[in-house]
Write a protein that binds this ligand. Sequence first.
Ligand code: PLP
Length: 399
Amino acid sequence: MSDLFSKFDDLIALREGLLSTGVTDPFNLVMEKVESPTVAICNGRRTILLGTYNYMGMTFDPDVVAAGKKALDEFGSGTTGSRVLNGTYVGHRAVEDALKDFYAMDHAMVFSTGYQANLGIISTIAGKGDYIILDIDSHASIYDGCAMGNAEIVPFRHNDIDALEKRLKRVPAGAGKLVVLEGVYSMLGDIAPLKEMIAVSKANGAMVLVDEAHSMGFIGEHGRGVAEAQGVIDDVDFIIGTFSKSVGTVGGFCVSNHPKFEILRLVCRPYVFTASLPPSVVATAATSIRKLMDSKAKRNHLWENSKRLHAGLRQLGFKLGTEKSQSAIIAVIMPDLETGAAMWEALLKEGLYVNLARPPATPAGMTLLRCSLCAEHRSEQVEEILGMFAAAGRTTGCI
Ligand SMILES: Cc1ncc(COP(=O)(O)O)c(C=O)c1O
């Protein structure tokens, strides 16, 4: 019998090699208690959270929590059904209405995760004979959506407008074209030149889908994302998003103005063949989304936090993923996995949690310490974080 697990041998060896150095497993941390969007207890120690994508800090918002408790009492713990059968409650409609209002769009479809939103929308709208032209650094859920469908897949160099145009011009005449972009790329925290890319896409007859998972609530005048900030949201055909970041719970969605959009509820398999979100989750999401419409002060503070952390880390001598802060994500580039893991552990011992990211999730084989800031981080906490980076950097020889 051949062992189907032998394909994982290299990864098992890499993991065992890393853990044999005595380093704490960076992919197995347990939060023993979570006190707020910015503080948890890990290994019995008070730890500042700087790797949770909880950009707007909505997880402990009193109105959000109260809405979840009320729905739990009134509707029970789960729907036990698909949206097209017994799984659509008033709360599911209410969160879709909140999304339509948030984005000022005609249609909103909620999925059980953002992963499933990409899987479902991409695989359903781009079929046999169609072409998907996507940034090579796209999220795994976008690639999996492509793999699940039957369209031809054409990747282009990250954020390269000319490369996108060249690929579009090579698509056979008459074929359907979908360009898939992200607002913020979550590994390095850089944003896309959506204005130019969408113009090129439209000039070549393509529909455009933008995943705004890491910009919702924060970037743009109303927090609608990078497409809003660059003045091109009306040219986007489909926006994909998630409730697992700024919204502060779990779930995913697609919003659109396409007149035939509602048919997707019958033909999109990751929407039809899975249970819908629990009533408490959609109630927290709807409350959070409505509060995010009116969060200008929080957005401004988050920008201040992001700029200060970026400048401070640079001053300390760390190599960062972007020249300037472009989003709430700041990526610190490590020379290799061993140093990255040692630095991650040293930060944890200082009382700071960040994400350690490695290939295949990262571009160009990089090991990254990814920091995601929260609007609830106080300015003093950001200074404390910089002190922790300085101490851990010196301990590990990174600076
Ligand atoms: C760009 C992007 N799209 C989609 C997702 C999936 O979101 P969810 O956590 O809701 O499945 C993520 C999550 O990391 C993401 O970064």
